[in-house]
Design a protein around this ligand. Structure first.
Ligand SMILES: [Zn+2]
Length: 334
């Protein structure tokens, strides 16, 4: 899939198809869709229908690619590192692509291809290659076996080793113009797209990420109040939600998912929507009556259905929160 603002550069790349280099470096701002472009190119290279301007989406090559198991395709990204924390092995997000990952890659690159003869490797972000890994990759880039294609993606290409840069052709991907970016964000249903887009420096995907992050903070604050029903003040919370202009549908979603998780935790010891809230859910769930919770859940769903454009959102919030307190209160002692 390409984003609308990538069509022109895609066409430019196709026009040079005959001279496509074995190593292409896609550069540009974070949040403009470089990875999507890189995957689109990889799929096109592995597409077996030889459609002339985009991957067909239906051949064996495309179907394997889309299912994530094409035998002639690899993605190299920083692998989570295992960290030993006082006897407990924890996974932590890695910052680097290691030399071991590059060595593993070589065994793939130098094998003969399973299908049409191309083996495609996507490396992202390329600046995550540490020095040893970059040097190991360099040997392969200098004398690539026939059919091997490398697509490197970089947010900060100036940080790459000059020797790596000299082996790649750089293709800068554009930041979209403001108007098409706003139109696309509106299609995605983002409110207040202009300010998020500005804050993200014009990068549409980064704008969406920012909007989600803002919503995440609001959601967490809201759930923190639900987690302590005895301290919950429905009037004050309803007023705050109203002032923040939080939509009724969104609050109803938060409430219904929270209650669903509470009930599910009581019945099946698992959660579906809010694994990041497991501590709070756990503290509350054991004290509650799942049947009563599910009845309240139905109330929330009904309120959401009725309240597409409520005249008085604050009143709806108050009612939902009072009912929540009723649903959880009788079981809580002290
Ligand atoms: Zn295809």
């Amino acid at each position: 899939m390409l984003y609308p603002w990538q069509e022109t550069v895609w066409q430019t790349l196709l026009d040079q198809h005959a001279r496509l280099p074995h190593a292409l470096l896609l550069t540009g701002e974070p949040g403009i869709g470089k990875l999507a472009f890189a995957r689109h190119l990889a799929q096109w290279l592995l597409c077996e229908s030889h459609a002339d301007n985009k991957p067909c989406g239906v051949c064996d090559g495309c179907r394997w690619f889309l299912a994530g198991n094409h035998p002639d395709y690899r993605e190299l990204t920083p692998a989570p590192e295992e960290e030993d924390d006082e006897g407990k092995v924890k996974k932590k997000a890695a910052a680097w692509i290691s030399i071991d990952q590059v060595r593993d890659l070589n065994s793939f690159v130098y094998l003969s291809a399973h299908r049409a003869g191309r083996r495609v490797t996507l490396i992202q972000p390329a600046e995550a290659l540490n020095a040893a890994a970059a040097n190991a990759l360099l040997k392969t880039l200098e004398e690539p076996p026939a059919g091997a294609v490398f697509i490197l993606v970089s947010h900060q290409w100036r940080r790459l080793l000059p020797t790596i840069l000299s082996r790649c052709r750089r293709l800068p991907l554009p930041l979209p113009e403001r108007e098409p970016a706003l139109a696309w964000l509106a299609e995605q249903g983002l409110d207040d797209a202009g300010s998020y887009l500005a804050e993200a420096g014009g990068a549409p995907l980064a704008a969406i990420e920012r909007a989600d992050a803002g919503m995440l903070a609001q959601r967490r604050a809201f759930l923190a109040e639900l987690a302590d029903p005895r301290q919950l003040d429905p009037l004050a919370l309803a007023e705050r939600l109203d002032k923040q202009k939080t939509e009724v549908a969104r609050v109803a979603d938060w409430l219904s998912r929270w209650v669903h998780d509470l009930a599910r935790l009581g019945l099946a010891q698992s959660v579906r929507y809010y694994p990041d809230e497991i501590t709070r859910l756990d503290a509350l769930a054991s004290k509650l009556d799942p049947v009563r919770l599910m009845r309240y859940h139905d109330t929330v769903i009904e309120a959401k259905r009725l309240a597409n454009h409520p005249l008085n959102a604050k009143l709806v919030f108050e009612q939902l929160l009072y009912a929540y307190q009723q649903a959880v209160r009788p079981m809580i002692k002290g």
